[in-house]
Ligand binder design. Structure first.
Ligand SMILES: *[C@@H]1O[C@H](CO)[C@@H](O)[C@H](O)[C@H]1NC(C)=O
Ligand SMILES: *[C@@H]1O[C@H](CO)[C@@H](O)[C@H](O)[C@H]1NC(C)=O
Ligand SMILES: *[C@@H]1O[C@H](CO)[C@@H](O)[C@H](O)[C@H]1NC(C)=O
Ligand SMILES: *[C@@H]1O[C@H](CO)[C@@H](O)[C@H](O)[C@H]1NC(C)=O
Length: 315
């Protein structure tokens, strides 16, 4: 009797817990990242002090205020890209020519390839991309608080706080890119190397400033052990090449660009795609080793002469 009572208590506590969980969540997506304010302000100062001091002085508290004001106290499904205009204005800086790197379906690869702006400056290596990277946020109508329980997904509403931010950031990034533009695409991506709709197709290409761009370089890189679904001149990559050429750009496309392959090969050193070219062992037999061989031969010859000399002395 006692245990039956206990079970009932346990069951009803469990039921009430899951009931209140469901009630707390308005949306299907994850809620605001905890400690959002500290993360954004901290990342902002990390960026201007350590990662890229060339951007000059910025007021990171002011950037946070502008960021928050873009979406708090509003219906989380009615946030527009232009609501982030002030944040972008406050955090904008020049993107060095020839350094822009656009991408689709390979975010982590691009992160290590760009190397925090040292090799290339992808969107997430700019100040405005850097502080928003991998974060989640949304507010609620009639309250200045953030919603830490849940946020709307793209499927629930297009004009959510996060997607509108990235749309604005992508537009700005494209508008400020110049020189040689690079695009890294995933030749093993299931949905196509050049997805449309997509950020690159819909927000970046239309905002490139043609007069500032000398060339567009496309790299299509397959996963080391992944399928070769797309290449230059086929399927969606062909669609992209044609679109850019029609817009009047000078376009080149390279499959499995070597530098990116080297990076992917870090994790697959024994794969046949990852063997270094046959010139490598030859280089090891280069000047240094033949020189050593030369001195070794001389040493042998001198010892032999000494031996002959002593031999002649004895006899
Ligand atoms: C930075 O912005 C904050 C908030 O807008 C302001 O209170 C503060 O005075 C500003 N600091 C500087 C150094 O301008
Ligand atoms: C942002 O900067 C642009 C260009 O300088 C200006 O036209 C616009 O009014 C600014 N927007 C805000 C919200 O400050
Ligand atoms: C950008 O690349 C082009 C073509 O390779 C080169 O002529 C130009 O000097 C480069 N610009 C900078 C700033 O490195
Ligand atoms: C390329 O796309 C495939 C399939 O969508 C994915 O599994 C893989 O991780 C992607 N490759 C990179 C380097 O991100």
């Amino acid at each position: 009797m006692k245990s039956l009572f206990l079970s009932l208590v346990v069951v009803s506590v469990l039921f009430m817990n899951s009931f209140s969980d469901v009630q707390g969540k308005k949306w299907k997506g994850e809620g605001t990242t905890k400690n959002l304010e500290s993360i954004v302000i901290g990342r902002c100062y990390n960026y201007i002090r350590i990662v890229n001091p060339a951007v000059g002085e910025k007021n990171c508290s002011e950037i946070w205020e502008a960021f928050k004001n873009a979406f708090i106290n509003k219906d989380p499904c009615s946030i527009l890209p232009k609501d982030y205009e002030l944040v972008i204005n406050l955090s904008l800086h020049t993107i060095p020519p020839n350094k822009s790197l656009f991408w689709e379906n390979n975010q982590l690869l691009v992160k290590s390839f760009a190397d925090r702006g040292r090799r290339y400056m992808s969107l997430s290596d700019t100040l405005f991309g850097f502080f928003g990277d991998f974060l989640n946020w949304c507010g609620q109508a009639n309250s200045a608080g953030l919603d830490y329980e849940s946020c709307p997904t793209m499927e629930e509403c297009e004009n959510n706080a996060v997607d509108s931010f990235w749309r604005m950031a992508s537009i700005t990034y494209a508008q400020h890119s110049s020189g040689v533009i690079h695009v890294l695409l995933n030749g093993s991506a299931v949905g196509g190397a050049y997805p449309a709709p997509g950020f690159f197709a819909d927000y970046e290409i239309p905002n490139l400033q043609k007069d500032k761009i000398s060339k567009i370089v496309i790299w299509v890189v397959d996963d080391i052990e992944g399928p070769d679904i797309e290449s230059c001149g086929t399927h969606t990559v062909k669609i992209l090449e044609n679109r850019l050429k029609t817009l009047g750009y000078d376009v080149t496309c390279t499959d499995n660009y070597k530098s990116v392959m080297f990076l992917l090969c870090l994790d697959y050193p024994d794969d046949s795609k990852c063997t270094l070219s046959s010139s490598a062992p030859a280089a090891q037999r280069g000047p240094i080793s033949s020189d050593r061989g030369g001195s070794w031969n001389k040493l042998l010859f001198v010892s032999f002469l000494g031996f002959l000399f002593r031999f002649a002395l004895v006899y």
